[in-house]
Design a protein. Structure first.
Length: 276
């Protein structure tokens, strides 16, 4: 065999911007065997005619095609086979593209929420109209100590979820209307998750229509909430409003996003209607 027409594995790796380890991996998988292996040194050599195969492998890998499918094509070069393989792979790529776009939108939602929270007007009670939203919730008596207090409830809500829904600013707690009027602010009655438009949920979803609510943001976490509930109930009484549902209390920024307690922001919303 004329070794002048052969190239050592290191040289081939450099030419194709691969590692020697990658070429050995292709060999182990049976995708591409060296043209010649020196029995004494174990050195591996490749021929020029194998360069076209390597070019095809690199192209298919650039398409993110699995090595198993590439091996099938390399050993059974057939026009119908490659066409069907590429069509199937295109479907996979389109699905991944859709998933990545959804992830991009979810990231944007969180960025908008964080930026909004960082520029909050704190300790101000506002009467506003909320946008429509979707949420899932369960009745659960929770006394707030830390985020661990919510773990059991969250696991119940996500019991059948393949993709987790929980993230900062999406998981909240609420106090039912009756306990709000009774001034029982030290224990929560509801744990909920707000769904993004991109989220799917394996279970019952509540669609909340736009409606009137009072809102207040304050520095701190759920443990600082009781005094703010008192102020909000005083406002409701003074403005002759009526509570029509459970409160929705969300940590917009807390120790998950920042180690600085001065940056923590929590929002309470209470749905109301005017009493004439």
């Amino acid at each position: 065999m004329d070794e002048k027409k052969l190239f050592q594995i290191g040289d081939v790796a450099k030419m194709f911007q691969l590692s020697a380890g990658t070429l050995r991996h292709y060999e182990r998988l049976g995708i591409l065997h060296p043209e010649y292996i020196d029995s004494e040194t174990g050195y591996r050599y490749y021929s020029i005619r194998q360069f076209e195969v390597l070019t095809n492998i690199r192209y298919l890998r650039a398409l993110d095609m699995p090595l198993e499918q590439i091996a099938e094509f390399v050993h059974n070069r057939d026009l119908d086979l490659i066409e069907n393989t590429l069509l199937k792979h295109k479907e996979i790529v389109e699905q991944k593209k859709s998933e990545l776009e959804a992830i991009g939108r979810k990231i944007e939602h969180r960025l908008v929420q964080i930026r909004d929270a960082r520029h909050s007007n704190l300790e101000q009670i506002k009467l506003l109209t909320t946008e429509a939203c979707r949420l899932v919730w369960i009745k659960d008596s929770v006394k707030w100590k830390s985020y661990l207090s919510l773990e059991h409830s969250i696991r119940r809500l996500e019991k059948h979820q393949k993709v987790p829904l929980t993230f900062q600013g999406k998981v909240g707690v609420g106090i039912c209307k009756e306990n709000l009027y009774l001034g029982k602010y030290d224990r929560y009655d509801v744990v909920f998750i707000i769904l993004d438009d991109e989220d799917t949920y394996e279970g019952e979803i509540d669609s909340i229509e736009p409606g009137l609510c009072i809102s207040m943001r304050f520095q701190g976490s759920h443990d600082k909430a009781p005094t703010h509930y008192q102020k909000m109930l005083q406002y409701i009484k003074a403005e002759k409003l009526e509570i029509i549902g459970f409160s929705r209390e969300l940590n917009l920024i807390d120790n998950v996003l920042s180690s600085d307690p001065k940056q923590y922001v929590t929002e309470i919303r209470i749905p109301v209607r005017r009493v004439y």
